[in-house]
Design a protein around this ligand. Structure first.
Ligand code: GDP
Ligand code: MN
Length: 399
């Protein structure tokens, strides 16, 4: 689950990470009130109006703007709230902005120039450790740095059993070229950041930029946080931060129905029981020359009703040109799944795409008879290879 910048910053702050402070607003009037309040709290003269959407690169898309007085706050907030923000991370259709963060301007002039760094904490699945990635080249273009000058990005591996050790925090501050007060602040910053990452059961905390202010404070100016969905049961307060407006509507509906569904770009919808078989089925579709339109694990308790719900969800994706049902009946009885498919046909009306069904295991023979007798536009197969061949055939007919 992803969070908004303002939510991520609140969490960071609760773990003692210094942040660029701000107040969230949903109308231009609220934005002005937020700015007034922020000046009372922080003494800031200037403000940054920041679109709150689940996508980075907002600055490039015109979603982050400096305001030098309350009038500008109002004008800019009214431009940004309600706009469809297109950034390198939103795709061409963009994201609608429902709220803005009114933040204090932290790039104020002083003894030294403000400096932007990059820092993220993430899970390294290949070695089962956490990793802190960091760079002096923070700001807006870390993807470009990673591609063109990868030697400017450092990694520090953190053993999750030990947590971040003091020497590691010092090494990071040193590699960022810091000294004196800024060095000490960075050690504190990175230690608190790692603690926040670990205590919240997150899989990503990305802070770009981390700012060294002109008076040597170290602040999180941005925050991209991904919480691990599987750990949300231990963090009910964070679970309440979910903003379903930012999520894929089909995925939200599937989740509410208790289905494990991930939307993908392809044209072959699939309905499978078990995550492993679902992955293998997606491979099968690829090998047959297609592209999976989704990952869908209907789980171990697939009955007729669940199968019908799953069909409804798959069909909401307009790209779906064919559906492959691949069910192994262990606990699940294949005849029930077959009945679900037949019911879905009846209830949904005419399903507009061909369906290839492979049912194997408990009562597969009964299921096959049910489907064949139904006279529906369903191809019933028993072997994996047969399923692949049939998918290929159907796709060729469509081409
Ligand atoms: P992103 O574009 O979605 O990554 O949004 P960020 O929160 O990282 O902001 C984008 C850019 O806006 C930053 O890289 C800064 O250059 C700029 N910015 C953010 N906060 C301030 C601020 O307080 N003052 C000024 N002058 N610029 C800021
Ligand atoms: Mn950023």
């Amino acid at each position: 689950m992803n969070l908004h910048e303002y939510q991520g910053k609140e969490i960071l702050n609760s773990f003692g990470v210094e942040i660029q402070r701000g107040i969230v607003a949903t109308t231009p009037e609220e934005a002005v009130e937020a700015a007034k309040k922020l000046t009372e709290q922080t003494g800031t003269k200037w403000y940054v109006v920041k679109a709150q959407v689940h996508a980075g690169g907002r600055g490039k898309g015109g979603g982050v703007k400096l305001a030098k007085n309350l009038e500008e706050v109002k004008t800019i907030a009214s431009q940004i709230i309600g706009m469809t923000l297109i950034t390198p991370q939103t795709g061409a259709s963009g994201k609608k902005v429902h709220q803005v963060l009114i933040a204090e301007d932290v790039y104020y002039p002083g003894d030294s120039e403000p400096e932007e760094y990059y820092m993220s904490v993430l899970l390294n699945r290949s070695n089962g450790k956490n990793m802190i990635m960091y760079s002096t080249e923070g700001g807006m273009d870390i993807e470009k740095i990673a591609e063109e000058t990868p030697h400017l990005i450092f990694n520090e591996e953190i053993d999750p059993a030990l947590g971040i050790l003091p020497f590691q925090a010092r090494k990071i501050a040193f590699n960022l070229g810091l000294s004196g007060m800024a060095f000490k602040q960075m050690v504190k910053f990175v230690t608190a950041l790692y603690t926040a990452y670990s205590k919240t059961d997150s899989s990503l905390f990305e802070i770009n930029p981390v700012l060294k202010t002109s008076d040597d404070r170290i602040l999180a100016v941005d925050a991209k946080v991904t919480l691990d969905d599987n750990a949300l049961f231990r963090h009910k307060d964070y679970a309440a931060l979910r903003d379903t407006r930012e999520e894929n509507p089909i995925e939200v509906e599937a989740k509410a129905a208790g289905l494990n569904y991930v939307d993908l770009d392809g044209n072959v919808g699939c309905m499978v029981n078990g995550a492993g078989l679902a992955m293998a089925t997606m491979d099968l579709i690829k090998q047959a020359g297609g592209d999976p339109a989704n990952f869908l694990d209907v789980g171990g308790t697939a009955d007729a009703e669940r199968v019908e719900t799953a069909f409804n969800i798959i069909l909401k994706d307009p790209n779906v040109k064919a559906i492959l049902v691949n069910i192994f009946g262990g606990i699940v009885r294949c005849d029930r799944v077959a009945q679900g498919i037949i019911d879905a046909y009846k209830n949904i009306g005419n399903i507009p795409v061909p369906i290839i069904v492979r049912l194997q295991g408990t009562n597969a023979d009964i299921a096959k008879v049910l489907i064949e007798k139904s006279g529906l536009n369903v191809y019933s197969v028993t072997e994996f290879q047969e399923a692949a061949d049939k998918v290929q055939e159907v796709l060729q007919e469509l081409a």
